[in-house]
Design a protein around this ligand. Sequence first.
Ligand SMILES: [Ca+2]
Length: 174
Amino acid sequence: MRGRFHGPLTESPPKMRARTLAAALVAALTAALCLAAPAEAAPALQFTYARYDSPGTDTGSNKSVNGEYVTIRNTTNRTVNLRGYVLHDAPSAANRSKGRKWNYAYTFGSYSLAAGKSVTVYTGTGSAGSTSRYWGYKRYVWNNDGDTATLRSPGGSVVDSCVWRSKGSGSTRC
Ligand SMILES: [Ca+2]
C-alpha cells in the first residue's frame, strides 16, 4: 500500500498564495498586452486601398488595365526598402492544387518607401514615379468578384493581405 503524503502541510498555503499572485500577474500582463495589441499588430507594410475593378468596360487597353491598383503604406517610422517583396493575387483552384500561392506576382525592385508614405502598384505598364510602381501586365490581375491581395517579405512570409468577396463598388479600403 502506498503511503499517504505526510509532508509538512504548512508549506501549502504560501505556495498557493504565490501561485495565485503569479496567476493574477499573468492575467494583468495579458490584459495589458491585449490592450496594446492593436497598435503593435499593424504590419510594417500595410495595404490601405485596392481598386480591383477598373472603371468602365474592361477593354484591355493599358489605360484600362492601369485602372486596377493597390496601395501599400509604410506604417513604420523608418524607410523600408521593398526590394524582393512580392505582391500577388489569390491562386485559382487549379493553381492551388498544384501548390502555387498565386496566379500573378509582382516582385519589387530596389525601392525605398519613406516612413509613413504609400506606394501604388498599377497592373499595367508605365513609368515608375516616387509613389508609383507598374506591374507591367497586359491583362487584369485582380478579380472583380473576389480576390486577395497579399504582400510577402523577401523571405516569403505574409506581411499583410487585403480581401474582397464581391464586386461592390469596385474598390475597397483595406
Ligand atoms: Ca479587375
